[in-house]
Design a protein around this ligand. Structure first.
Ligand SMILES: Cc1ncc(COP(=O)(O)O)c(C=O)c1O
Length: 452
């Protein structure tokens, strides 16, 4: 019997599609500047010892891993019991405390009634926050005009419409957000929709543009959000990947927030290891309590062994060791960024494209100079032509065995712009160099085919 399983699916499930970021995973044989997997040199965990009861002793005696010191230490810890047991929606008490004090030290909000909550990674946090704030098919959101595709893909099945706010080399433009919100009920693009509940932002090493918001932009953003009574979701996985040697620490939007309207997401994926699936959400207590209740009837918490491992690592390293680790990975990413930028200088056609020099994160944005790719198809609008040029360069690059992420994957609405996101996160130094050579060749080839 052939059953139409689709007919059982909820509207939410029907709208689910494969994530474009998974499709950006390396195509066989190509060099990839597309997927932002951290390089394995940036993972501190190189082994693990576990002490466990053995079947040979009918589970009365323990075997220990190769590192006896560690095994003995684990035996003594009450934390082991907690990490094996069911726990509250807040996670383990020891890691809960650690996370709270980590946020207090780095990003203490400027109001009293705030709290932290352990969550199972930034991606999960985003989906939980969407469900916390938005009614499916009804609510709307604002985001930077180039934004993280996984966020758009999370909104889609919930039928939460996202509207773009313009950005430049310093990030989102608060005046544009003010314009969009002030004209909401009259502008024909927005007037049939509810006013947005929140603005989703990546203020540091933005994905995909690589730009970082300065303090005056942050203040401007908070002012506009306060004026229009909008929540801000600050997704900040790249905070610790500082690539320039500035001494000044960058400030979270939490520091500008006097009301409790910022929900901040810190992820351990880029500063430690994505496999841990741990993040911290910081927000006002109404929001953290509702998120905790939602955890209690779903995941309970991020996996407790992960919480335990990260906690033990932090106990071993102490604050100074953790700082040293962050300096170490910053150094690794800085070198990688500089190798890629050097290769760009040598091999990308500077008359056909431009690129930025990110001071945080993993991404460089390459903008195709559309003045040099004038429209050849009268039936197409400028926006359609930009998309076409981007497609053709992407395909030509694949023929040259180099893959980048297409700019259009990150656009809320198609823009009159063609571009690519390149990451230096995981390719080898050789591949960073040769991949750039190939990409430069692909852009030149497309230009020659179209205009020579
Ligand atoms: C902006 C942004 N948010 C969230 C994530 C995912 O974070 P996590 O691994 O904590 O789910 C990424 C990863 O690439 C990202 O770029």
């Amino acid at each position: 019997m052939t059953v139409d399983w689709d007919k059982y699916l909820s509207d939410e499930a029907k709208l689910r599609l494969p994530s474009v970021m998974k499709m950006a995973a390396r195509t066989r044989g190509t060099i990839s500047f597309a997927s932002g997997l951290p390089h394995s040199d940036c993972f501190p965990m190189k082994g693990l010892s576990i002490k466990y009861e053995t079947p040979e002793s009918n589970f009365k005696k323990c075997a220990i891993g190769s590192n006896e010191d560690l095994a003995n230490k684990l035996e003594a810890d009450d934390e082991i019991y907690e990490a094996c047991q069911y726990m509250s929606g807040r996670g383990t008490t020891f890691f809960d405390k650690w996370c709270h004090s980590y946020i207090e030290k780095l990003h203490k909000p400027a109001y009293e009634e705030w709290d932290t909550l352990i969550q199972a990674g930034g991606t999960f946090s985003l989906s939980a926050i969407l469900r916390l704030l938005c009614n499916p098919g009804e609510d709307t959101i604002l985001a930077e005009e180039l934004t993280y595709p996984c966020f758009l893909e999370t909104c889609k099945p919930l039928r939460v419409k996202v509207f773009p706010v313009k950005m430049d080399e310093d990030g989102v433009i608060p005046e544009d957000m003010d314009r969009v919100l002030t004209n909401w009920n009259t502008d024909k693009k927005t007037r049939d929709f509810k006013k947005p509940k929140f603005f989703y932002s990546m203020p540091v090493g933005q994905n995909p543009s690589g730009v970082t918001m300065n303090a005056s932009r942050k203040q401007g953003l908070l002012d506009v959000c306060r004026k229009h009574d909008i929540i801000i979701v600050e997704d900040d996985p790249y905070y610790h990947l500082q690539l320039n040697m500035e001494t000044e620490e960058i400030q979270s939007l939490l520091k500008f927030d006097r009301d409790g309207r910022v929900i901040r997401i810190d992820s351990f994926s880029k500063m430690l290891m994505p496999g841990m699936r741990i993040s911290i959400v910081t927000a006002n207590k109404t929001f953290t309590q509702k998120l905790t209740m939602s955890n209690e009837l779903s995941i309970h918490s991020a996996a407790a062994p992960s919480q335990f491992i990260v906690y033990m690592l932090m106990q071993e390293w102490k604050a100074a060791g953790f700082r040293q680790w962050l300096d170490h990975i910053q150094d690794l990413y800085r070198k990688r960024r500089d190798v890629l930028l050097d290769a760009f200088e040598k091999h990308l056609p500077a008359d056909l494209c431009t690129w930025n020099r990110p001071s945080y994160g993993m991404f460089i944005w390459i903008k195709i100079n559309m003045d040099r790719f004038p429209k050849l198809d009268a039936d197409k609008s400028d926006v359609e032509w930009a998309a076409k040029v981007e497609d053709v360069i992407f395909e030509q690059a694949l023929d040259e065995e180099i893959q980048l992420s297409k700019g259009h994957w990150f656009m809320i609405d198609n823009l009159n712009m063609a571009g690519f996101r390149a990451t230096y996160a995981c390719a080898s130094f050789d591949d960073l160099y040769h991949g750039t050579e190939r990409f430069g060749k692909a852009i030149r080839q497309v230009h020659a085919k179209l205009y020579d």
